[in-house]
Design a protein around this ligand. Structure first.
Ligand SMILES: Nc1nc2c(ncn2[C@@H]2O[C@H](COP(=O)(O)OP(=O)(O)O)[C@@H](O)[C@H]2O)c(=O)[nH]1
Ligand SMILES: [Mg+2]
Length: 186
């Protein structure tokens, strides 16, 4: 089965763990007491998608990364062989947009992942201190598709939008692999 690795990155308390659990059906962690992620958790899910009229099964690994910058020395391992990247942030948190730039520099610019294989998830939920739109994203993110998580109100719409993203990453990764195989056989 074709494997797809997608790191889920962004600042502490962006909702990465809640989003990853929701998408991988790994239990509900919305509105529960905050438990910081240690290092990284890997969640697996499967998806079937049609590529060039053929049904293909994909195994998707969501790498739910800690937002704590003390793990920065692990970022190379976390981004190694990734097929796509998901950025999460909460626009109520003023510092999130600035911090997200660092993640972008490493996970996109330095790793060579195409912008089409990246997704921003705006996880808008109120925090005690924040104000809405406090953390507006910088122009590094101009070319990247953005969706809203809305896990409390429109969760199935969010799941569908995420699945569309996975399908395009899968299609791109599969065609890249096919091309590489052809080059070897030449
Ligand atoms: N009400 C609500 N709480 C959320 C939502 N997303 C995350 N949280 C809460 O915010 C805190 C941080 O979320 P978490 O996923 O652990 O953030 P992470 O540090 O990015 O992994 C946790 O206490 C979650 O329960 C959401 O959409 N709505
Ligand atoms: Mg977490």
């Amino acid at each position: 089965m074709f494997k797809i690795k997608i790191p889920v990155v962004g600042p502490v308390r962006a909702g990465k763990t809640a989003i990853s659990n929701f998408l991988a059906d790994a239990g509900d962690s919305i509105g529960t007491e905050y438990i910081p992620t240690i290092g990284c958790r890997i969640l697996e899910m499967e998806q079937e998608t049609k590529i060039s009229n053929r049904k293909e099964k994909f195994e998707i690994e969501l790498w739910d990364c800690s937002g704590d910058l003390k793990y920065e020395s692990c970022w190379t391992a976390l981004s190694h062989d990734a097929n796509g990247v998901v950025f999460a942030f909460n626009p109520y948190e003023a510092n999130h947009s600035k911090e997200l730039n660092q993640w972008f520099t490493h996970f996109v610019q330095n790793s060579g992942i195409r912008e089409e294989c990246c997704l921003i998830i705006e996880n808008r939920y109120e925090t005690e201190t924040g104000t809405p739109n406090a953390g507006k994203l910088g122009n590094l993110f101009d070319g990247i598709k953005k969706i809203k998580s809305n896990m409390e109100n429109e969760s199935e719409k969010f799941r569908d939008e995420f699945n569309n993203f996975i399908q395009s990453v899968a299609a791109f990764s599969k065609s890249k692999q096919d091309q590489e195989e052809k080059m070897i056989l030449r």
